[in-house]
Write a protein that binds this ligand. Structure first.
Ligand SMILES: Cc1ncc(COP(=O)(O)O)c(C=O)c1O
Length: 394
């Protein structure tokens, strides 16, 4: 039978780039055209594409065992849990396969921990995933449309707004759940004063603090975890994206007294902590440390922020620049997707966050030359897109 439609479900607006090969900060398409990749699989390939050490670790694991049930002991999984707990303030880890699953696990752990109060306060413009519970925790009405009834028990407060703190004091929920830089919501960093007060209220009122580090984690903001920059210790954090350098792996980490609320049978995942994914995770963390990736992230971040501020003076379509480390949002006049589309024509891959924010999430290994090339190409893109008409000039 002749196919009149793609055999893929229509869930993504895909750009006409057929990815064939990738290495480091570059992607090559099927026609041999090479792109500077400032998306890194959307904050996932933090070590660049196909990093040698991770490739070797996974290849070695491929020779041994690909998969076995969590009914048995899995060496690389234990190793990854040890590394994660050594490098964070957390004591125990549950492994899964994605960010949404990590957040699902966190939501279940909060409910298991608190038998009286099941409410979780989340924030407008947040993004926590697409499963029913994580969608229900996501504060974006447009993503809820068509999928109601949602999972009960979530309430939404205003990010970076002191009203949310009064609300928390008056109506203490079981937990707050938030990103420290709202990624999909438009690259909005949490303000330090606000977070400090929020955490203090949570401590005073016995509210658990769940930090979604799916996008900000694994060095993206310049520290291994974004919470380190705010100087507090959450009760639960969630990870995915950068944890496996592109191998699907998610994790929910918790303080021991909270983690104890899970017992055998409380939660599970067939593939969670799979030997291959865990081997990728172990070598990813080891490489982040060995290569001093965090220092490079901050150095390149500074160069990008400085150059972007200069561009802002020259191009009126740039309204503001915000973010942390190599999670940077360029707020533009008009539709961000127009710039993203034009950039493809200039061999530059970018991604949008919301309507009017171009998001830069390059690999954390980018070099000074990559940054120069980015500015050369992005400048051409800005010249090309006419903000008044949100159309191409030529
Ligand atoms: C902060 C945050 N949480 C959760 C998710 C969901 O992760 P996944 O797509 O792996 O389910 C994302 C994905 O973009 C995210 O940015």
């Amino acid at each position: 039978m002749e196919k009149t439609k793609s055999s893929l479900m229509n869930t993504y607006n895909r750009f006409p780039v057929k990815v064939d090969q990738a290495k480091g900060s570059y992607i090559r398409d099927a026609d041999g055209k090479e792109y500077l990749d400032f998306t890194a699989g959307i904050a996932t390939c933090n070590l660049g594409h196909v990093p040698d050490a991770v490739e070797n670790a996974v290849s070695r694991q491929l020779q041994n065992v690909w998969h076995c049930s969590n009914l048995y002991q899995i060496g690389p999984q234990q190793e990854l849990a040890d590394l994660l707990t050594d490098y964070s303030c957390m004591n125990q880890v549950f492994f899964c396969n994605s960010g949404a699953e990590a957040n699902e696990a966190a939501i279940k752990l909060v409910r298991a921990y608190n038998s009286n109060n099941k409410t979780i306060a989340a924030f407008h413009q947040s993004f926590h995933g697409r499963t029913m519970a994580t969608l229900s925790a996501t504060g974006q009405e447009k993503l809820h449309t068509g999928f109601k009834p949602l999972v009960e028990g979530f309430t939404f407060l205003t990010y970076n707004h002191f009203d949310s703190l009064y609300w928390l004091k008056e109506n203490p929920p079981a937990a707050v759940m938030l990103e420290l830089v709202q990624g999909e919501g438009g690259v909005i960093p949490a303000e330090e004063n606000w977070i400090n007060e929020l955490v203090q209220i949570c401590k005073d009122e016995g509210i658990l603090v769940v930090i979604d580090e799916v996008q900000t984690g694994m060095g993206r903001t310049g520290t291994l975890f974004a919470y380190e920059q705010y100087g507090f210790e959450p009760d639960i954090i969630t990870l995915a994206k950068g944890l496996g350098s592109g191998f699907p792996v998610g994790a929910m980490l918790a303080k021991e007294e909270v983690a104890d609320a899970f017992q055998p049978g409380s939660h599970a995942s067939t593939f969670g902590g799979n030997p291959l994914a865990s081997a990728a995770g172990v070598s990813t963390i080891s490489e982040i440390v060995r290569l001093n990736i965090l220092d490079n992230c901050m150095e390149m971040s500074e160069k990008l922020f400085t150059g972007l501020k200069q561009l802002q003076d020259e191009y009126s379509q740039i309204k503001s620049i915000r973010g942390k480390g190599l999670l940077i949002g360029i707020v533009v006049e008009g539709a961000a997707v127009d710039l993203v589309t034009a950039a493809i024509g200039k061999n530059l891959l970018l991604t949008a966050a919301g309507q009017n924010v171009v998001r830069l999430v390059p690999p954390l290994i980018i070099t000074e030359n990559d940054v120069l090339l980015f500015f050369e190409r992005f400048r051409m893109v800005l010249k090309l897109v006419n903000p008044a008409m949100t159309k191409y000039c030529d």
